[in-house]
Design a protein around this ligand. Structure first.
Ligand SMILES: [Fe+2]
Length: 288
């Protein structure tokens, strides 16, 4: 989601956690106790090492092998809030009664050209609006709490239309496009990581915090920098319209399937979305 927003905050906070190259740990002269300690890798370090391998050839539209996806999913599935220094009692998750839409906190863990890792902390009723992940494979692991996920994939070969009408009010450009609901459910931790792909699995998704919750996102590859090539991997937000309220010529969706579809229309970044970058203070991630 709004990674481009969070990047700005992250740079401002200089919270990047890449650390200097580690010293050689293979020397046989090291004490046995030291060698034993270095063999025990923290869960977040294990996640980082696995991501480096799984996304070694990462690029737009490149999906890791099934074996690699299952390997990374298995690592994520075991992760707990304490593995990244989080607990539900932290300030990030407090109810914000004065705000209409609660602010969301983003904890940046790591980013390279190949992949990124970060955590979204949502107070109750916090919403990450409907957005896409162009050309990416995304793993989302709910660390605690209950979150509603609604996601869509585009209906292939469905026509776009710039003259759609909603309740007789004309919708001007950009066009609406037909999408099919992939997921529309509550998830409560502990649960397995969800995965989306460049063209399926719910590439466009919206997260709503039913209770305070935290979700660990792994993106491969990450979004493109905000000021880079406009054809890059940029985050787009969408508004959804039910099929019954918009008529577009040439589209025929059977009556019984209409509930599982919607028209999606691009929109600028939602005004009420506030994502604040904060310093990750969990276990260190060492880039060896
Ligand atoms: Fe997302």
């Amino acid at each position: 989601m709004g990674i481009e927003t969070t990047r700005t905050n992250r740079k401002g906070n200089k919270e990047f956690r890449e650390l200097p190259k580690a010293t050689d740990t293979t020397s046989k002269s090291k004490p046995r106790k030291s060698r034993r300690r270095q063999k025990k890798m923290s869960p977040v370090q294990m996640l980082f090492e696995t991501c480096k391998e799984v996304f070694a050839n990462s690029g737009t539209g490149i999906v890791p092998s099934t074996e690699d996806i299952e390997r990374l999913r298995a690592v994520l599935d075991k992760m707990k809030p304490e593995d990244v220094g989080l607990s539900p009692e932290m300030l990030y998750f407090r109810t914000q009664e004065a705000r209409r839409t609660p602010a969301i906190t983003y904890l940046h863990l790591y980013e390279s050209e190949k992949f990124s890792m970060g955590i979204f902390c949502l107070p109750p009723n916090g919403v990450i609006p409907l957005h896409n992940h162009p050309g990416m494979t995304v793993f989302s692991k709910l660390l605690f709490g209950t979150m509603h996920i609604k996601s869509y994939d585009w209906v292939v070969d469905a026509p776009n239309d710039t003259s759609a009408n909603e309740n007789s009010l004309e919708i001007t450009a950009p066009a609406v496009r037909l999408a099919k609901v992939k997921v529309d459910s509550d998830f409560t931790a502990p649960c397995n990581a969800s995965i989306l792909y460049p063209a399926d699995g719910g590439n466009m998704h919206c997260f709503t915090a039913v209770t305070a919750c935290a979700v660990l996102d792994v993106l491969g590859p990450p979004y493109s920098p905000p000021d880079s090539d406009p054809d890059g991997r940029h985050c787009t937000y969408f508004r959804e319209f039910p099929l019954t309220s918009v008529s577009v010529d040439g589209v025929s969706v059977p009556e019984e399937e209409r509930e599982g579809h919607a028209w999606l229309q691009e929109l600028d970044q939602p005004e009420d979305l506030e994502v604040v970058g904060a310093l990750y203070i969990g276990p260190e991630i060492v880039d060896k």
